[in-house]
Design a protein around this ligand. Structure first.
Ligand code: G3P
Length: 215
C-alpha cells in the first residue's frame, strides 16, 4: 500500500514544517516497511528530498529548457532530488494535451508519475497516456474528513474497472482519508495506494497520523 502525503500549500506543510513532516514520513517508512512519499511545494523539494524520504513534486509543466517564466521544469525537479511527480491534481487541473506533455517531460527525467482524475472516465483517459499510476479523487470530498473509500466506494471500483479496460496501471484514491480503516477499505475496493493531505498535515501529530494510515 502506497501512502502519498500531499502537503499542498498548508502552512503546516511549508518550509521547515515541510521538512519535519518529511522526517516523520521517512521514520514511518523505515519503521514499518511501508512505502511513504511526501509531495511538498516546489520551493521545498530540495530540503524535503534531503531528509531521505521518497519525494514527489505536486506538479510539473511539459516545457523544455528555455523561455518559460514561472514554469516548473521536470529537470529542475529531478535535480532537486524528487523521485516523481503528481499531475492534474484537482487543485491544479490540466488539459489532456498538457498532461501528455508533462508525462513526456517526466519520463525524460525518469520521474515516476501519478496522474489524478475526478472520476472513472477521466481516470481511464489518464491511464491511456501511460502514467505509472492514476489516482481518483472526487473533489467534493477533498479536505472533508469523509473518506472516499466509505462515502463513495463505487467510484473506486468503477475506476479500477474502467482503468483495467485500457491499461494495467495501478489505481490509487484520495479525498477525506484520515485513518487506517479508511485505507483498508480503499485496499479492499482495489486501490493500491492512497493520497492524503489534511488528515496528516492538519493532525496534531503527523507521525502518529501516518503510522495509523499504514498499519
Ligand atoms: O492529494 C490528496 C488530496 O487531494 C486529498 O486531500 O485533505 O482530503 O486528504 P485530503
Amino acid at each position: 500500500m502506497f501512502l502519498l502525503v500531499n502537503l499542498k500549500t498548508y502552512r503546516a506543510g511549508t518550509g521547515k514544517r515541510a521538512v519535519r513532516a518529511a522526517e516523520d514520513a521517512r521514520d514511518v517508512a523505515e519503521e514499518t516497511g511501508a512505502r511513504v512519499a511526501v509531495a511538498p511545494q516546489a520551493a521545498d523539494l530540495h530540503a524535503v528530498a534531503d531528509t531521505g524520504v521518497e519525494t514527489f513534486a505536486q506538479h510539473i509543466d511539459g516545457v523544455s529548457y528555455g523561455s518559460n517564466t514561472g514554469a516548473t521544469h521536470a529537470g529542475a525537479v529531478a535535480e532537486a532530488g524528487a523521485d516523481g511527480t503528481v499531475l492534474n491534481h484537482s487543485e491544479r487541473r490540466l488539459k489532456l494535451a498538457d498532461i501528455d506533455a508533462s508525462l513526456e517531460s517526466a519520463r525524460d527525467e525518469s520521474l515516476e508519475t501519478v496522474v489524478c482524475a475526478n472520476n472513472p472516465a477521466q481516470s481511464a483517459a489518464a491511464a491511456s497516456l501511460g502514467p505509472d499510476a492514476v489516482a481518483v479523487e472526487p473533489p467534493e470530498l477533498i479536505g472533508t474528513g469523509t473518506p472516499v473509500s466509505k462515502a463513495d466506494p463505487e467510484i473506486i471500483t468503477d475506476t479500477v474497472e474502467h482503468v483495467s479496460s485500457v491499461s494495467d496501471v495501478p489505481v490509487l484514491c484520495g479525498a477525506g482519508i484520515t485513518s487506517g480503516d479508511d485505507v483498508e477499505a480503499a485496499r479492499e475496493l482495489g486501490a493500491e495506494g492512497v493520497l492524503v493531505a489534511s488528515g496528516v498535515v492538519k493532525s496534531e501529530s503527523p507521525y502518529e497520523a501516518m503510522l495509523d494510515l499504514v498499519t
